[in-house]
Design a protein around this ligand. Structure first.
Ligand SMILES: [Zn+2]
Length: 369
């Protein structure tokens, strides 16, 4: 039945909107909000629907969600006031309440991952494994289909931090992308059993984009008082590649010895596995991990095109690397790939397909630093 047409797979006739922002963090946030008010407002409306549809599990009203989210804010205010300023700017520019923007950026923490929503696939190959000696990083962003229309590309020139190019959607702080210092970050949700009220992980990940050295980027994933953690796949233009598996209180650092790296949504390090919540629910993450690894090993020398081919892979559909939400197949499985990116760190370019990459063309954006 999947040979021809896969249902619920929108086709986008244009590239995702590019938003260019610069100046102070407050100004950048405001420019973001002013350029994409519908997208920000729409993502707030989607979050409200999501929270109310999960009422049986979470027992949270929207007002309750706002109150819970505000508990995370002081940790961000203390360490990274500049990114809280970006959130303030987004709320001002898009004309939504600041509390609602805070909810969007702390929602994964507030829902304690009860919704098990994020499933992404990240890969990287360095100069040893590419035909042209470039360093390439690839990421499929899997999220609820309702937010697919809100995908944005952000080109930022902060006053006092490195310029960066990143993807985001709705009112989320950008975090998957690369900066002018040749550092790229891909993030994948992981499910530690030690979450606490602390620094929201989206703020942690936003701060990584301001790193000037790879050790600094690693350090930024490990700041104190974290609420939980992501896997941060960090790639330097020199070909150094790390996966930093983070939880609220623990971390492990994995290194790419063979010129390539893959990460999905389960911990790989044995010590981190000990604190993984509900590993039985992460089987499709394991399938995507092994599948992507095998496909990467099938080519000694990769290109942007060969990575894009892996991003379109449909083995284990709908929970494939190219993730689809097929109604009726599994009522709890509402996720799909809402964009897929290949970043050429050497050329400072991002090639992004808006929606499922099996149906949508890639568009190229440059970091003009
Ligand atoms: Zn597909």
């Amino acid at each position: 039945m999947f040979k021809h047409e896969i249902p619920n797979t929108p086709v986008h006739d244009t590239p995702p909107p590019l938003i260019e922002i610069s100046g102070s963090h407050r100004e950048m946030g405001r420019q973001f909000g002013e350029a994409a008010p519908q997208q920000v407002q729409h993502s707030v409306a989607n979050a409200q629907i999501l929270i109310s549809s999960a009422y049986d599990t979470l027992e949270l009203s929207w007002e309750g969600t706002r109150i819970q989210s505000r508990k995370y804010l002081p940790f961000a205010e203390e360490r990274y006031p500049q990114y809280v300023d970006e959130l303030r700017g987004i709320s001002e520019g898009a004309n939504v309440s600041f509390d609602d923007v805070v909810v969007l950026n702390a929602m994964e923490a507030v829902t304690m991952d009860a919704l098990h929503l994020t499933r992404c696939t990240s890969m990287a190959v360095n100069e040893e494994r590419t035909a042209d000696g470039h360093v390439l990083a690839a990421h499929n962003e899997d999220w609820i289909p309702e937010d697919e229309g809100d995908v944005l590309v952000i080109s930022a020139r902060p006053e006092t931090e490195p310029p960066f190019l990143a993807m985001t959607y709705g009112g989320l702080l950008p975090n998957v992308g690369f900066n002018a210092y040749g550092i790229a970050q891909l993030i994948d949700s992981v499910y530690p059993s030690d979450p606490r009220i602390g620094m929201p992980r989206l703020v942690v990940a936003r701060a990584v984009l301001a790193s000037r050295r790879i050790s600094g980027a690693i350090g930024r994933t490990l700041i104190p008082h974290r609420a939980a953690g992501y896997n941060h796949l960090l790639i330097h233009e020199s070909g150094e590649m790390y996966s930093i598996e983070v939880s609220a209180r623990k971390f492990e650092i994995l290194y790419a010895d063979d010129g390539y790296m893959v990460h999905t949504n389960h911990y790989l390090d044995p010590k981190m596995k000990e604190i993984e919540k509900d590993p039985e629910e992460l089987l499709s993450s394991r399938v995507r991990y092994f599948r992507a690894g095998r496909l990467l090993r099938q080519n000694q020398k990769h290109t942007i095109k060969s990575l894009q081919a892996i991003q379109k892979d449909h083995v284990n559909i709908p929970n494939s690397i190219c993730n689809h939400a097929i109604e009726g197949l599994d009522p709890l499985d509402r996720e799909k790939t809402i964009n897929a990116m290949v970043m050429d760190l050497t050329a400072r370019e991002m090639h992004i397909a808006w929606g499922n990459p099996c149906r949508n063309a890639y568009h190229t954006f440059h970091l003009n630093a």
